[in-house]
Design a protein around this ligand. Sequence first.
Ligand code: SF4
Length: 238
Amino acid sequence: MRIYPHRQKLMALNNISLSPNSLNLYLECPRCFWLEKKQGIKRPEPYPYDLNTAVDLLLKKEFDEYRKKGGRHPLLAACGIKAKLFSNQKLLNQWRDNLKGLRYYDKDLEATIFGAVDDILEFPDGKLAPLDYKSIGGDKAGIYDRFQLQMDIYSYLLEKNGFATVGKGYLAFYIVNKGNSLGNKSPLRKEIQEIQTDLSDLPELIKEAVAILKRPIPPAHSRECQYGQWFKKASVFE
Ligand code: SF4
């Protein structure tokens, strides 16, 4: 049977699939989450992060070079992390792919949870941990709630795919060093920050998010929402 584009879109909207970004959206605003996932009505796209995307691509190439040579990237050694880069390049490529990713289908919830990782660390006891590259223009690296959620979900997905994890996530920050001119040097300062992952609240969070998507109508606006308050005041001038 031929599947027409609009039918494909409807089918996609009816299949529940949750990524770290969509769960983050659910935490920010359940109504925006429902509108995006059920109706395809997305918030306006932010300014495109072309530079971050390009740096991510370069870092993937660089880390893959070290993976070929045994996986000891100098930044890991400099930060005292006793792990090497995950050796299975083929599987990692699949987990990096936005259309495939690291995924798990929850039969009870009839929902897929998925995420596209940047990299994975492998510890001497065989346990794994997610590693995400973060290129930032600010002066110092900050660990936002969305980074924590991302690391928790990747660890959860690794576990659901049968891999033991070390209970930690790693963020490799590449920070623009604004003190120097470009010259012929890389303007990026590097550091890795380790965070503890906590998977205890995730099953409940996923369950709540799926329950929202099974509702026929969207949740109400939050009274505290600053955009809602702005819209209410602005509507007077419509
Ligand atoms: S106005 Fe606020 S509460 Fe309402 S949908 Fe937008 S972000 Fe959500």
